[in-house]
Design a binder for this molecule. Structure first.
Ligand SMILES: C[S@@+](CC[C@H](N)C(=O)[O-])C[C@H]1O[C@@H](n2cnc3c(N)ncnc32)[C@H](O)[C@@H]1O
Length: 337
């Protein structure tokens, strides 16, 4: 769902104004609680009275009415008559599985906890997960529930932020597409539906591949599941490699290792496609500048400009051949040969 870029000055004015009445501090928690209760889900089919909603989600009636009233004041709901609430289009995005849903991101308490230690990153330059767990993905390897929640967030995020990569890319010159760090297979599934004559390979950490296999996402389809570590070795056999929202998790040196492993495995004449946001080299608003801080604190990675990607690719033996924007998105596709 395309979203107009917010005007930075407006954003800051609103933010500073709302700090006065503590809305800014409380809003993330109120949204998370509403998502956790499933308030938007019970309003999916139309307006309902506060007491009825409280009953449906198992909440205290007075407490829930006060939460609904606050949410209506910022445009998540509208209040229609006494204590009757309806979802706004923004409010629908709190629903599980709705178009543009942000529900799993709102429920991400793990990141909120990590952010409380965020200052450590600004003192040491290291991710908070590096110091506490030996790295973001080492933590995921050690905690299956956290890993599954992460994969769900990634699915929701990819569906929201770059759905037109799968649908608008010309796949006619591709034979076998390997999605490196392809997560739960959301992206590869969309590509194989768009271009059913392709063969797919989903490559990810063993725990992720085991869960995709158990879910049966690709059963009966021309798609292989490959478990491994892209710092060690990428399996051979594909003429197209994808790295979607993967390189931003890593430092420059780590990216060069991943790219070298890809280069060594890609079929001669093959093509690598990287899907990432590109940081503009000026002072303009761009979500990449904020995702960059997120990557620094959580994974130890970073967002990059097109020039920075070109240099990393060259160091790994690739040549950047094209850059194009993904329609209706802040993301771009960088192609390399
Ligand atoms: C940020 S997610 C991106 C998922 C997906 N490509 C997308 O566009 O939403 C990064 C992915 O890289 C995978 N990954 C992390 N370390 C890996 C490694 N050493 N080898 C293979 N995959 C890895 C993670 O399991 C995760 O699925």
């Amino acid at each position: 769902m395309p979203e107009p870029a917010p005007q930075p000055a407006l954003l800051l004015d609103d933010y500073l104004g709302l700090i006065d009445d503590s809305c800014v501090a409380i809003l993330p928690h109120v949204l998370r609680i509403a998502a956790e209760l499933g308030v938007a889900d019970v309003l999916a089919d139309g307006p309902r009275a506060a007491d009825e909603i409280a009953d449906a989600v198992g909440a205290h009636p007075d407490a829930l009415h006060r939460l609904l009233r606050a949410l209506a004041s910022v445009g998540v709901l509208t209040e229609e008559g006494a204590r009757v609430f309806r979802l706004t289009p923004a409010g629908h995005r709190l629903r599980a599985g709705a178009e543009g849903s942000v529900r799993t991101s709102l429920l991400n308490v793990e990141s909120q906890r990590a952010w409380l230690r965020g200052i450590d990153t600004f003192r040491t330059g290291r991710s908070v997960f590096d110091d506490q767990h030996g790295g973001f993905f080492a933590h995921k390897d050690a905690d299956g529930a956290s890993d599954q929640a992460f994969l769900q967030r990634m699915r929701e995020r990819a569906a929201r932020l770059y759905p037109r990569f799968a649908t608008d890319t010309d796949w006619s010159e591709c034979g076998t597409v390997m999605d490196l760090g392809g997560g739960d297979g959301y992206q590869l599934d969309a590509i194989l539906r768009r271009a059913p004559r392709l063969r797919g390979v989903l490559f990810d950490r063993p725990a992720v591949v085991a869960s995709v296999r158990a879910a049966g996402t690709f059963d009966g389809r021309a798609c292989e599941l490959a478990a491994g570590d892209f710092f060690e070795r990428v399996p051979a056999g594909a003429d197209t490699h994808l790295l979607c929202s993967v390189l931003h998790d890593w430092t420059d040196d780590q990216c060069v290792s991943i790219l070298r492993a890809s280069r060594a495995a890609l079929e001669p004449g093959g093509r690598l496609m990287i899907v990432e946001m590109l940081v503009p080299e000026d002072g303009s608003w761009h979500p990449s500048k904020w995702s960059d801080i997120g990557m620094m604190v959580l994974t130890g990675g970073r967002e990059r400009s097109a020039r920075e990607f070109e240099a990393l690719l060259a160091e790994a033996g690739y040549t950047l051949s094209a850059v194009r924007a993904v329609p209706d998105s802040a993301f771009s596709v960088l192609e390399a040969k």
